[in-house]
Write a protein that binds this ligand. Structure first.
Ligand SMILES: NC(=O)C1=CN([C@@H]2O[C@H](COP(=O)(O)OP(=O)(O)OC[C@H]3O[C@@H](n4cnc5c(N)ncnc54)[C@H](O)[C@@H]3O)[C@@H](O)[C@H]2O)C=CC1
Ligand SMILES: O=C(O)C(=O)COP(=O)(O)O
Length: 528
């Protein structure tokens, strides 16, 4: 069945065509995102949800989103998505990180000019027929200092344009490397320094717990008298009431805002101030940017839903369309190794370690580890998938480690999963053969060669004569047909294991009888 996507925001209809061309069914309901109840009522029928900032993907919307696999943000900010909940539910959240950055940066520059020269107020007055030539006296931006808070994709375009306009640019961004600052031609400074020196301040960080209220009342008080402030990033980054007070007192000479704490902003404490310029979240509103983000998100979502490729996910590592087919059998292997260990571990798991050798070490190890952890947790938590597994493991206090090893092995690619539970370690290794099928090749250091099958019995026993005969006839007596039988042992007379693929499932009493055999230490039914 073709995957189904719902577009619940005003996204360029070019996206609709892309979805259709890629074999994805699509419903374009651009006003639905405004109505959370209506969205929550229909979301269950969709595999993908394409949004902009109007749709708020809250717990209510996600509650009945049983089929949802991907949320695609045609734009940058994903603060309107309950990201931890989406991740815990195994939903990929992706955005289009560069599609609208130039457009947003240009809007910030336009807003800066608009407050430097009071263009909106002058326009209004002129068209009113007032010709107030002496009312408006602006400031030049040449030679002025622009303080950029958050010098990422948009902040650095703003810096580039501002330098072109002969401004001096200082930037506060803890993640901006000194080399990048030099390459951009900006001076990397601390926030305090920026506040004290900037004639204009422009915000360009995402809204996170660390950036919320970054321009607080205290920080606004630390700014240079006469400063002008532009916010084209997110409401929430500045204290609107404190900014109003600073404008009223004249400490702040102007403010331009494209984004607000509450949107749509139909009323706001900053409205009505003569030195305030507002736009209704238009930072991304150009033909070019809207075309870019719509095409990009439709392609990314289609690629994921139809080919398993992951691009620009904010909660999962990327997997390219070329990489996906090669990775897929190894994802299956990792998941099954996890599942094998999970099904055999009854006690609390405290640690999982994945070791990648050979070709596996050159693959997307993070994705493989997530798959292994998903397989490990699935016997106890039905809904877990590769997206939610790392979060769920963390919540449960399970330490997940990942290493690559260049140690020689008999296989081109080898994945070993070690699980620690109640102080005991158990390991299992597997590979993918040329036929694309996953194989278990080692259990607790004992070599075996077995495929993963829908119904299996695992037996750990002492290597003593008679076991195989007893075991096989016990299954035969119960009418259970053996499809394949893999044996391995550590040493002659030492620890041994049997992995048997059977047709149908083994009733509990048969497993009990196997356990009762004198040389058997553990017997478990397994399903893959
Ligand atoms: N008004 C609008 O329509 C639009 C708004 N945006 C918003 O613009 C903002 C920036 O977007 P991008 O540049 O694409 O993001 P980005 O991720 O490329 O850059 C953000 C920068 O902020 C920095 N940062 C993070 N925490 C920080 C902190 N505590 N202090 C200082 N810097 C910090 C990061 O290191 C990064 O360099 C986002 O909030 C985005 O949602 C983006 C597009 C359009
Ligand atoms: O991309 C972003 O972060 C934006 O803020 C643009 O928002 P919009 O798509 O115009 O609702």
């Amino acid at each position: 069945m073709a995957p189904r996507v719902l577009i619940s925001d005003k996204i360029s209809t070019a996206a609709v065509q892309i979805f259709k061309d890629r074999g994805v069914e699509v419903d374009y309901l651009p006003d639905l995102g405004k109505d959370r109840d209506a969205l929550a009522a229909v979301i269950g029928g969709y595999d993908g949800l394409a949004i902009r900032s109007t749709t708020k993907v809250t717990s209510k919307v996600l509650a009945d989103a049983g089929n949802l696999k991907v949320i695609g943000r045609a734009g940058i900010g994903v603060d309107n998505v309950d990201l931890s909940l989406a991740t815990a539910k195994g939903v990929i959240v992706m955005n289009t990180p560069y599609g609208n950055s130039i457009t947003a940066a240009e809007h910030a520059i336009a807003l800066m000019f608009s407050i430097a020269r009071e263009i909106p107020a002058a326009d209004h007055s002129t068209q009113e027929g007032l010709w107030e030539k002496n009312r408006f006296l602006g400031v030049e931006i040449t030679g002025k200092t622009l303080g950029i808070i958050g010098c990422g994709n948009i902040g650095s375009v703003v810096a580039d344009r501002a330098i072109g306009l002969k401004m001096k640019v200082v930037a506060f961004d803890p993640f901006l490397s000194p080399e990048r600052a030099v390459a951009l031609g900006v001076e990397k400074v601390e926030l305090e320094d920026l506040l004290a020196r900037a004639d204009f301040i422009s915000l360009h960080t995402p809204l996170t717990d660390r950036t919320r209220n970054i321009l607080s009342a205290e920080n606004i008080a630390r700014t240079k008298p006469g400063v002008r402030i532009v916010n084209c990033a997110r409401g929430g980054l500045l204290d609107e009431a404190a900014l109003r007070e600073a404008l009223d007192s004249g400490h702040v000479a102007g403010a331009a805002l494209d984004v607000f704490l509450v949107e749509p902003a139909t009323e706001n404490v900053l409205f009505g101030h003569p030195r305030v310029v507002c736009t209704p979240h238009l930072g991304a509103a150009t033909t070019e940017a809207q075309e870019n983000v719509a095409l990009q998100i439709a392609e990314q979502m289609s690629d994921y839903l139809t080919r398993g490729a992951i691009t620009n996910a904010v909660n999962f590592p990327s997997i390219s369309a070329e990489e996906a087919p090669k990775l897929r059998p190894f994802i299956t292997l990792a998941e099954r190794l996890g599942s094998f260990a999970g099904q055999l571990t009854d006690s609390n798991i405290s640690r999982v370690r994945l070791t990648y050798q050979g070709e596996a070490a050159r693959m997307n190890m993070r994705a493989l580890t997530s798959a292994a952890v998903a397989g490990l947790l699935r016997p106890v938590l039905a809904g877990v998938n590769v997206v939610s597994a790392p979060t769920i493991a963390k919540e449960r206090g399970i330490v997940v480690e990942e290493t690559s090893s260049d140690a020689e092995s008999d296989y081109d690619a080898l994945i070993t999963l070690m699980v620690e539970a109640d102080g005991t370690q158990r390991s299992v290794s597997g590979t993918v053969f040329a036929d694309g099928k996953a194989r278990i090749v080692d259990i607790k250091g004992i070599k075996v060669d077995a495929e993963f099958a829908p119904s299996m019995i695992y037996v750990a026993n002492e290597d003593r004569p008679g076991f195989v005969g007893h075991f096989a006839s016990m299954l035969g007596d119960a009418g259970i047909n053996i499809a394949t039988f893999a044996l391995g042992r550590a040493t002659q007379g030492g620890d041994a294991i049997a992995l048997v693929q059977i047709d149908g499932t083994a009733p509990d009493e048969v497993i009990e009888r196997v356990r009762a055999l004198p040389m058997v230490r553990q017997a478990k039914p397994l399903a893959f």
